[in-house]
Design a binder for this molecule. Structure first.
Ligand code: PLP
Length: 405
């Protein structure tokens, strides 16, 4: 039985009050709250089996290594990766994208080569490419959006030429909520022999992600956006492709043999995991994904879809509200502006009423520029949010905007 009231009991933080008002947490696109199973996993790991992993001959090290590798296998199963060695643990989406930008471009890109991004990307999927483009003399091309906040696929297709090497796009926009047609994007790129990295930071908490079905070459996501702790994330990459890339960082388990004459590197996935990995974070991430599986991804999706459509309808009823991003395929987040009121003022006053929303450019300044606005108010959902909370939010928004008008 899927019951939001029961689910809320799994998240101890949700029952607290903020300024003496019940907390309404609508900032889930920034980070999600953590269920007891995840908190207990972290506590359990440090209380019963903490030891550095790999190469340890003693009991605790072997146990911790086994848990870390089991976590990898579970993540692989969750995203339907054919082989656990294709799951690289990173600190999050940002580090995963930096890894691909550096290693892929080092191996496959030369001066004048081109990379395709889109106007809706998070800074984490822009700046790593700019850094490497500057170093190697590469060119970035940017897919435009249509009036609904969707990728203009005709424009996308027109950007390819013989110099295009990789496309890197979000699965779901953290501002607009638009769900991009990844299968089509990949098909078009592959027909032209171009690889695709998908930034799945905002998809993994809300959608079923099957990397084989999507046929992506790389897929990146962060644990903290899917009920796991901060500091752990994943880069999936096709084995054959990862094998061709040079290491990103050096030291720790990524080596095979080191000498001052030269060093050889370990096999996948260790080649890309320099230094002590977050072996507690990895097991907590697997626990969070198990929690999602137990809830049933279809139930989660249905519930969050209802929250999104109910909020959209309630916002549309309000005078002066303009929703930013009106694609009919959306997930997780709604952005809006109200008349000429500054989003920051709305966010500040909502906070005083116990409601956490995010305001500003949401790390997507190029998108704001293309929309001709400085920022939005963003409401973003998780499985524990309720329609009652939306009613509380709408009433509060009416009060706040009346005060600010
Ligand atoms: N990409 C998107 C679409 C995001 O929404 C975010 C975070 O908000 C990121 C990348 C960066 O994620 P992280 O800070 O966990 O690396």
């Amino acid at each position: 039985m899927f019951s939001v009231e029961e689910i809320r009991k799994d998240f101890p933080i949700l029952c607290q009050k903020v300024y003496n008002k019940p907390l309404v947490y609508f900032d889930n696109a920034a980070t999600t709250q953590k269920p007891n199973v995840v908190l207990e996993k972290i506590q359990g790991a440090y209380t019963t089996q903490n030891a550095n992993i790999h190469r340890g001959v003693h009991f605790l090290s072997q146990k911790a290594t086994e848990e870390h590798e089991n976590a990898r296998a579970y993540v692989a199963q969750y995203i339907n990766a054919p082989n656990p060695c294709e799951v690289i643990f990173t600190r999050g989406t940002t580090e995963a994208i930096n890894l691909v930008a550096n290693s892929f471009c080092e191996r496959f890109c030369g001066e004048g080569d081109e990379i395709i991004l889109s106007e809706m990307e998070h800074h984490s999927n822009i700046v790593p490419w700019q850094l490497v483009a500057e170093k190697k003399g590469l060119k970035l091309k940017v897919v435009k959006l249509n009036a609904l906040g969707e990728l203009d696929l005709e424009h996308y297709e027109s950007l390819f030429n013989e110099k295009t090497k990789i496309v890197s796009v979000a699965h779901v926009s953290n501002v607009l909520g638009t769900v991009n047609p990844i299968k089509t994007i990949v098909q078009i790129a592959h027909q032209k022999g171009v690889k695709v990295l998908v930034d799945g930071a905002q998809a993994i908490p809300h959608l079923e992600v099957d990397v084989q079905d999507l046929d992506v070459d790389f897929y990146a996501f962060s644990g903290h956006k899917v009920y796991a702790p901060t500091g752990i994330g994943v880069l999936y990459g096709k084995e054959e492709l990862l094998n061709q890339l040079p290491p990103y960082q050096g030291g720790g388990e990524m080596i095979d043999r080191v000498s001052f004459g030269g060093t050889t590197y370990n096999e996948l996935p260790y080649k890309f995991e320099a230094g002590t990995p977050d072996y507690v974070g990895s097991t907590a991430l697997a626990e969070a994904l198990r929690y999602m599986t137990a809830l049933g991804l279809e139930n989660v999706r249905k519930h969050e879809r209802e929250l999104l459509s109910y909020t959209t309808q309630r916002l549309k009823e309000m005078e002066g509200v303009k929703i930013i991003g009106t694609s009919c395929v959306k997930s997780g987040a709604i952005s809006f502006i109200v008349s000429d009121i500054h989003p920051y003022d709305i966010g500040m006053l909502l906070d005083k009423l116990g409601i956490a929303v995010r305001t500003g450019h949401h790390c997507a300044q190029p998108l704001m520029d293309s929309l001709g606005i400085s920022g939005t108010v963003r409401v973003s959902f998780a499985v524990y949010n309720t329609k009652t909370e939306i009613d509380v939010f709408i009433d509060a928004l009416k009060r706040v905007t009346a005060m600010l008008s």
